[in-house]
Design a binder for this molecule. Structure first.
Ligand code: APR
Ligand code: ZN
Length: 230
């Protein structure tokens, strides 16, 4: 019975048409992180930040899951042990593909958060800055996204999953941003085998027992077929 923990990043959604952050022409080549992905940026210009996430939410709404997302659903369904996806992505493509066990450590475009009372509500269309919270009525609504300098969500649960993992797989992430970039070290320390599936070697490539390079829509289904054939 092997428990598999899978960390995904923007690269798994690239072939669904959603931009990554650090590839050529990626999101951080078009926007300054400090302007659109920090609490200070939001305080300075809430409309700019709201527009940025409205644009990404609209784009994500037109994207569809690709063969890599679907392969992870097949794995979760057919694998005897537990399969849990910890995603850095804020799109909903894992859920749209049918994955049941998904943890969004950086939040979700489909959610709004009250900065005053922590109430959350669905954000399906465009948000407005400092939206009125349906619960406490404060004008404190913001995108439910974890910005740089903020604590990622579900870290205790993620640590517990890593401690029980037999296999840790990283898919489509450059390994630039912590704490996600450190999960491979934690998994190794807990005795898990580690595998990287990516278009090119990530920052942490040397930390993985095994690395396979190529587009996620090819290497992820191939890997899943191998696991299920064991
Ligand atoms: N198939 C597989 N991997 C791909 C593909 C593809 N088709 N296209 C790109 N990649 C890989 C790139 O080689 C790169 O290593 O996906 C990775 C994308 O890296 P980033 O753009 O840095 O995205 P990510 O690692 O998810 O960023 C982590 O940084 O800005 C924050 O919060 C943001 O969650 C994000 C975090
Ligand atoms: Zn509130």
């Amino acid at each position: 019975m092997s428990n598999i923990v899978i960390l995904t990043g923007a690269g798994i959604s690239a072939e669904s048409g959603l931009g990554t952050f650090r590839d050529e022409g990626g999101l951080w080549a078009q926007h300054r992180i400090e302007d659109v992905a920090t609490p200070e940026g939001y305080a300075r210009n809430p409309q700019l930040v709201t527009d940025f996430y409205n644009a990404r939410r609209a784009q994500a709404a037109t994207a569809t899951p690709n063969a890599a997302h679907r392969a992870l659903v097949k794995l979760e369904t057919a694998h005897v042990g537990a399969v849990t996806i910890v995603t850095q992505n804020v799109d909903g493509l894992h859920e749209q593909a049918g994955s049941q066990s998904v943890i969004h450590m950086h939040g979700e475009l489909a959610g709004a958060l009250c900065a005053r009372c922590d109430h959350r509500w669905p954000a399906t269309g465009d948000m407005v800055p400092d939206d009125i919270c349906p619960k406490c009525k404060a004008s404190a609504g913001r995108p439910d996204i974890v910005w740089f300098g903020e604590m990622p969500y579900h870290m205790e649960r993620i640590e517990q999953l890593l401690s029980q993992a037999d296999l840790f797989v990283s898919i489509g992430t450059s390994g630039n941003v912590y704490p996600a970039a450190g999960f491979v070290q934690a998994a190794r320390a807990y005795g898990a085998a580690t595998l990287e599936l990516n278009l090119e070697p990530s920052e942490g490539a040397s930390l993985f027992d095994d690395t396979r390079l190529g587009p996620a829509t090819q290497i992820v289904p191939n890997w899943v077929s191998e696991v299920l054939a064991q």
